[in-house]
Design a protein around this ligand. Structure first.
Ligand SMILES: NCc1[nH]cc(CCC(=O)O)c1CC(=O)O
Ligand SMILES: [Mg+2]
Length: 350
């Protein structure tokens, strides 16, 4: 039955070839794709609302929302508006929110001291959301960049980011957040040893059930640009973050980063950015088997949403396809600015 390419080429007319009508294939993968019911039956992965963590941006004031220019459709919210967002998340069944503050410029200083203020924006939002929506998971970011005048995640000294001195402050930041009601502490700073130090600090203070989601593999990425607009560090950041965030060229190093975080007590791992780093998501999940998350970061969101708004791509389909890709790579969930939109869409389909 098999037909060589040479014979095919020399054949006078296609219709005279029996195999042109029937290749005699035992296996035809298209059979399972023939109809919607069958495609659903053989589908390997599903995206559900349980996979979503919604990152939101906070700002001072009352009853206000301010658009983030480089993230069309995303707004900074005052605390009362953040409570509305939390109620919306709960109504949609989104498991958790991640909170990021836009700190007033005059509250920023060289050491990021506002991070340790138990009445800072994040802490006030934690308390307000906790009392209005008690059962929503609240994830907080541990790193100093929203609070430092230089926009770095740690202490800057002679053009260097100090590691151990920074970790000491991060532990205190985590305690302030846990005290205000954070369920999950998510260190995004990439200092060495911070997961272990934060775990020890939390345990000592009695926060044994507060989880740690480690930004285990966080790359020095240009995809964070719009986020830095949102939290107001785009213009102030001096230099770049390449002495602490990972080199995008490295894959094995992500395994070493994650191994240390697991050893130090991380409950969950995260990879960031998301879509360009699916190989890292896959490797971490395969290697450690921990709950593993991906952050579809601001630049990824901006690229999809910008192209969609220009009419160049089908935004809704790309949103769903990109999120499904994370699931296929092994992610247990995704931090995504699309969370409320995709949750609404999923609800309308069920
Ligand atoms: N600690 C900083 C932090 N936490 C989350 C993001 C980026 C998230 C996004 O781009 O959506 C960043 C940016 C950075 O490292 O400069
Ligand atoms: Mg590390």
């Amino acid at each position: 039955m098999s037909l060589s390419p040479a014979r095919l080429r020399s054949a006078p007319e296609a219709e005279s070839l029996p195999s042109a009508r029937d290749l005699g294939l035992a296996t035809r993968l298209r059979r399972n794709r023939k109809s919607d019911w069958s495609r659903r039956l053989v589908r390997e992965n599903t995206l559900t609302v349980d996979d979503l963590i919604w990152p939101i941006f906070l700002m001072e004031g009352e009853a206000k929302r301010a658009p983030v220019a480089s993230m069309p459709g995303v707004e900074r919210l005052t605390v009362d508006e953040a409570v509305r967002a939390a109620e919306r998340a709960a109504a949609l069944g989104i498991p958790a929110l991640a909170l990021f503050p836009y700190t007033d410029p005059d509250l920023r200083d060289a050491t990021g001291s506002e991070a340790l203020n138990d009445a800072n924006l994040v802490c006030r939002a934690l308390r307000a959301i906790r009392s209005a929506v008690p059962n929503l998971g609240l994830v907080t970011d541990v790193a100093l960049d929203p609070y430092t005048s230089h926009g770095h995640d740690g202490l800057l000294h002679d053009d260097r980011i100090l590691n151990d001195e920074t970790v000491e402050i991060l532990v205190r930041q985590a305690l302030v957040q846990a005290e205000a009601g954070a369920d999950v502490i998510a260190p995004s700073d990439m200092m060495d040893g911070r997961v272990g130090a934060i775990r020890a600090g939390l345990d000592l203070a009695g926060f044994k059930d507060v989880q740690i989601m480690s930004y285990a593999a966080k790359y020095a990425s240009a995809f964070y640009g719009p986020f830095r607009d949102a939290i107001g560090t785009a213009k102030t950041l001096s230099g770049d973050k390449r002495t602490y965030q990972m080199d995008p060229a490295n894959g094995l190093e992500a395994l070493r980063e994650a191994a240390l975080d697991v050893e130090e007590g991380a409950d969950m791992l995260m990879v960031k950015p998301g879509l360009p780093y699916l190989d890292i998501v896959y490797r971490l999940k395969e290697t450690f088997g921990l709950p593993t998350y991906a952050y579809q970061v601001s630049g990824e969101y901006a690229m999809i949403e910008g192209a969609a708004r220009a009419g160049w791509v089908d935004g809704e389909r790309i949103m769903l396809e990109s999120l499904m890709a994370f699931k296929r790579a092994g992610a247990d969930g995704i931090l995504t600015y699309f969370a409320p939109r995709v949750a609404t869409l999923l609800a309308s389909r069920s």
